[in-house]
Design a protein around this ligand. Structure first.
Ligand code: DAS
Length: 209
């Protein structure tokens, strides 16, 4: 859990979204998640992604590596949307030999809003982890503004193309890796992706300072 709108709700005193939910509260909000997988959640940061600096990539990369070493089947990183694409690329370069899916998930609209995309993005990410043989860093966000399905997007090609649309995240100069829906139907668009393995992750950190 790293913060962003997905961890937030509207503060009606100011009209702004504030990131305030703990990871446990987030999982409790979407009970479907625990029917898909055994979820262990934990807080790394509750911040907005525009405040991220290189030191944060290192912190996040190391925390992900700890979980990979513990033998998890996959990792969902909740993250603010503004720089989510940059974090995805940074992690893809930092983490070598990733053996399971590491899926970054954000939401364009906070989960206290009727049009929130938070639940579907998280649930589709959990389905993707539980059903696919993919290994590596990717992003799971709405494919369309409707709730049809989510796209699994490549870490080094993904870009946020709109401030508020639920389908803002697109793969640039590449097709999505896969499509997944709320009923767990999974269709790979790419075929030449890295498969799950027993490899041991190596973290290449950024120089701080
Ligand atoms: N400002 C945003 C950020 O954390 C909120 C969001 O879109 O999640 O990137």
């Amino acid at each position: 859990h790293f913060g962003g709108t997905i961890a937030g709700e509207v503060d009606y005193a100011t009209g702004a979204v504030v990131a305030r939910f703990t990871p446990e509260e987030l999982v409790a909000k979407f009970p479907e998640l625990e029917q898909i997988a055994n979820i262990r959640s934990r807080l790394v940061r509750n911040m907005f992604s525009e405040d991220m600096r290189f030191a944060h990539y290192t912190i996040l990369g190391k925390e992900i590596a700890k979980e990979l070493a513990a033998g998890v089947d996959g990792i969902i990183v909740t993250h603010g949307t503004d720089t989510l694409g940059y974090t995805a690329a940074a992690l893809a370069f930092m983490l070598e030999h990733v053996s399971v899916p590491v899926v970054l998930v954000g939401s364009q609209r906070s989960s206290d809003r009727g049009s929130s995309d938070a639940a579907m993005n998280l649930i589709c990410a959990a389905h993707f982890i539980s059903k696919s043989d993919f290994a590596g860093v990717c992003v799971c966000m709405h494919e369309k503004s409707s709730d049809d399905f989510c796209s699994i997007l490549p870490a080094c090609k993904v870009r946020k193309m709109h401030a508020s649309r639920r389908d803002a995240f697109k793969s640039v100069n590449s097709v999505p890796i896969a499509k997944v829906d709320m009923k767990s139907s999974l269709e790979f668009v790419q075929t030449n992706y890295k498969r799950k393995s027993k490899e041991k992750v190596v973290v290449k950190g950024f120089k701080e300072g």
